[in-house]
Design a protein around this ligand. Structure first.
Ligand code: HEM
Length: 413
């Protein structure tokens, strides 16, 4: 790689970001069909690229090292700087908008509910039965769109069941989740969903404070750390966050895993032949190959000079893109990175972020995806894609998942 390191301006001014390295696509909202090829070509030139984001120049980090360093550099690129604008108006002051001591204490209060032991002991019991319930609804038909009939509804239902919320209202929760997810495009519907959700849950939370059960909402209501408990508003904003952060990510992650297996029949065969061993690696490899949080936007509130010794000055208010999807296909770490190969046996930890805001639901997400795939493959071992589909940017470029997964199964798929 050849790189010219410019010297800083004699007057101490920041060097300009330079011209766009990738043009013709806006990285905020465009679906970019040849994203992986564009990224690979740009990375051959430099470990970062200047790209259009809402028409402005943004810095897209392209290597595993840089994306990892960017996640860890909360001082230069605090999560709060972007989430305060993009999610706080509708979700409230969530832990994604917090920093420093407030973030540390709030994480201590919510993390116990998501520990691996809790997930193993309490959560797994609800995952497979729920997956069976969903398959029961379409199995006799011999065909289904797994996006609309399975992946979309499954993680929201997992969360509402974990919280101990009434199962009769699961369809209502699913609608609120969709509306909250679409906040940037339809703020009014998202604000209404947020209000209705709060009105619905507030009396239930009050009852759990007095008479806790063994559900997640009771754990959140009663956990203590550094001499305090979560306030009602902290719990409500955390619960609102669980829909976009916990359900939509998992829905797309499960979709991407199904897409990967259905478009690689030889690997699907390998999993079907030995699910106990292969399934977990299929999930890990799918999270590497097509991570659902593909291009995570951030903001740089204060100017940053010569970041990571790259000769890169970043002016205040520059958008940044933590390209997890690029990091996960960095050839320095993964040979033949574009190949989906479950024999790699790697855990692509960046799929869940890094640094202080690293995903706290990773164990839950992995358990959910594994359980859903296990049930789908056991019940529909002959499933094959009936209509071509592709992974695309959903809600702008940030999140990625298949647009449909229309499958046939049965005696003659
Ligand atoms: C495949 C599924 C999932 C993926 C790929 C994923 C990915 C991520 C990523 C990349 C972040 C970091 C965001 C940032 O730095 O701005 C994050 C944060 C977070 N995730 Fe996940 N996530 C998944 C599932 C879940 C689940 C199931 C839950 C909980 C039910 C969850 C809860 C959270 C929360 C609360 C945060 C914010 C943590 C903080 O700000 O301290 N996620 N997730």
């Amino acid at each position: 790689m050849t790189e010219t390191r410019e010297t800083p301006d004699r007057l101490g001014r920041l060097r300009p970001l330079g011209p766009f390295d990738i043009e013709g696509h806006d990285f905020a909202f465009d679906d970019i069909p040849d994203l992986h090829a564009l990224i690979a070509a740009a990375r051959e030139r430099k470990p970062y690229a200047i790209v259009p984001f809402l028409g402005m120049p943004a810095v897209l980090f392209l290597t595993h090292d840089l994306v990892t360093a960017a996640f860890k550099d909360e001082e230069s690129f605090p999560a709060a700087a972007i989430y305060a604008a993009t999610t706080e108006p509708v979700l409230g002051n969530t832990i994604q908008c917090m920093r420093g001591a407030e973030h540390r204490i709030n994480r201590k209060l919510v993390v116990p509910a998501f520990r691996r032991r809790i997930v193993t002991e309490q959560v797994e019991a609800i995952l497979e039965p729920l997956a069976h319930e969903l398959v029961d609804r379409f199995e006799a038909r011999g065909e289904a769109d797994l996006v609309t009939e399975f992946t979309h509804g499954y993680p929201v239902r997992v969360i509402t069941r974990l919280l101990g919320l009434p199962m009769d209202d699961e369809e209502r929760f699913r609608r609120w989740a969709v509306d909250l997810f679409h906040f940037p495009m339809a703020p009014d519907a998202a604000e209404r969903a947020s209000r209705e959700f709060t009105e619905y849950v507030t009396p239930i939370l009050a009852r759990r404070r007095i008479d806790p059960g063994d559900d997640l909402l009771s754990t959140l209501a009663t956990t203590e750390a550094e001499g305090r408990r979560l306030t009602d508003e902290e719990i409500m904003s955390f619960l609102r966050l669980l829909f976009p952060a916990g359900a939509d990510t998992t829905y797309l992650g499960l979709g991407n895993a199904l897409y990967a297996l259905l478009t690689h029949p030889e690997q699907l065969e390998r999993v079907l032949a030995n699910p106990d061993e292969e399934l977990q690696w299929a999930v890990e490899e799918a999270l590497r190959w097509e991570p659902p949080v593909g291009l995570l936007p951030r903001m740089c509130p204060e100017p940053v000079r010569d970041w990571q010794g790259l000769g890169l000055d970043i002016p205040a208010e520059t958008p940044l893109i933590f390209a997890i999807t690029a990091a996960n296909r960095d050839p320095a770490l993964y040979p033949d990175p574009d190949v989906f190969d479950i024999r790699r046996r790697v855990r692509p930890t960046l799929a869940f972020g890094d640094g202080p805001h690293v995903c706290l639901g990773a164990w839950l997400a992995l358990a959910e995806i594994r359980a859903a795939l296990a049930v789908l493959l056991r019940r529909l071992p002959t499933m094959r894609l009936a209509t071509p589909t592709r992974v695309r940017g959903l809600l702008g470029t940030a999140l990625r998942g298949p647009e449909s997964l229309h499958v046939r199964f049965g005696a003659e798929p």
